[in-house]
Design a protein around this ligand. Structure first.
Ligand code: HEC
Ligand code: HEC
Length: 308
């Protein structure tokens, strides 16, 4: 039996039911709430038609717009790829000595090189490129280059490796072993002379004589080294194998002949170029000689240097 009436204390209509004298007031939902609710229903109906919505067994209803989050991602990725491809192509097309002339490209090459370095080079040269002297892996951060420090030199070193037999044009030079050639006194004299070159020992005339006869051809008369021959400078404080008398003697008796793999064929030319740019940027790399590059060196001839 429906029996609506106005509830006196509240002034609100009842819904008309009564249980044991208990009645329920009829309080309608606020208008604003109701209309928002209807709007939501309309919105979701439109949404279901336009966008992927109902889950099916292996996919969802597609929606008439054909939108998908995967499609969105693919679009963004391909845009990013296009941008990267563009930079790659530009780096590929730019002569390595001209890279520093376009700072943006050089910067892109350096960061690309840094990433490739983490994958291919850290196991020998260390995460900070500081090398490991105990194994003869050189520090690439110093301004001392065994095989030359121009971008072109470094790129060549990377392409062909060092004493890497499998690469025809690899950088190669073998310091002879003086074990059995020199007697004990001679070994200690020439060691003394080598150390004197960097001010670590008194001049040693006998050693100097032996040095000029046996060592100067590769290391230079004053021990300044020779990048063409991969003979390190002996007159600076930077050592491949260590600057103690013991380390120098060891090298004289039984040279190590360090080996670095060639990277051509394992890494693409653009990656090698970027690695060269990165290494060059770490080590205070050298500028190419004026003969090799006329353009920007012409304005700054004082900065061009061929050896260091
Ligand atoms: C298997 C160990 C090894 C790996 C890997 C390696 N190197 Fe080397 N690298 C060496 C050794 C050893 C030398 C020194 C060879 C010598 O005695 O002349 C060297 C020398 C160099 C030089 C010449 C330095 C100079 O002063 O002339 C450069 C540049 C260089 N490495 C860069 C790299 C880069 C870049 C990578 C990664 C793509 C790399 N290396 C990976 C072992 C390695
Ligand atoms: C045929 C060229 C050649 C001759 C001759 C030569 N060297 Fe070397 N020397 C090298 C090369 C190349 C290296 C690079 C090290 C390696 O990987 O073996 C080297 C490295 C060294 C090193 C290590 C430098 C460092 O930074 O740790 C010392 C020391 C050295 N030579 C001393 C001598 C002395 C002393 C003589 C003469 C008795 C001599 N060398 C003769 C080519 C030569």
């Amino acid at each position: 039996m429906v029996n609506r009436r106005i509830d006196e204390p509240t002034g609100t209509e009842t819904v008309g039911h009564e249980w044991d004298g208990i009645e329920e007031l009829n309080t309608p939902l606020p208008r604003w709430w109701l209309y928002t609710f209807y709007a939501c229903i309309v919105f979701s109906a439109v949404y279901v038609v336009l966008y992927p919505a109902w889950p099916l067994i292996d996919k969802a209803t597609a929606g008439t717009l054909g939108w998908s989050s995967r499609g969105d991602l693919a679009k963004e990725m391909s845009a990013a790829n296009m941008a990267r491809q563009g930079v790659f192509q530009q780096i590929a097309a730019t002569d390595i000595e001209k890279l520093p002339g376009s700072p943006d490209l050089m910067q892109a090459a350096i960061s690309g090189g840094a990433a490739a370095f983490k994958v291919n080079c850290v196991q020998c040269h260390g995460a900070g490129a500081a090398g490991y002297q105990e194994f003869g892996y050189p520090n690439l951060n110093d301004d001392d280059w065994i095989w030359g420090g121009t971008l072109t030199d470094i790129e060549y070193t990377l392409q062909h490796g060092i004493r890497w037999d499998a690469a025809e044009q690899t950088r190669v030079n073998y310091m002879p072993a003086f074990e059995g050639v020199f007697d004990k006194a001679q070994v200690s004299a020439v060691t003394g002379h080598v150390l004197s070159l960097s001010g670590k020992a008194q001049p040693n005339p006998a050693g100097a004589q032996l040095f000029s006869e046996n060592c100067a051809a590769c290391h230079g008369p004053a021990g300044g080294g020779s990048p063409e021959l991969g003979a390190p400078a002996l007159n600076d404080a930077i050592w491949l194998y260590g600057g103690t008398a013991a380390a120098v003697t060891k090298q004289i008796l039984a040279p190590r002949h360090g080996v670095m793999p060639a990277w051509s064929g394992r890494l693409d030319p653009v990656t090698i170029k970027m690695l060269a740019a990165y290494v060059h940027s770490r080590g205070g790399g050298q500028k190419a000689a004026p003969a090799q590059i006329e353009t920007d060196v012409a304005q700054t001839p004082d900065k061009a240097k061929t050896d260091g």
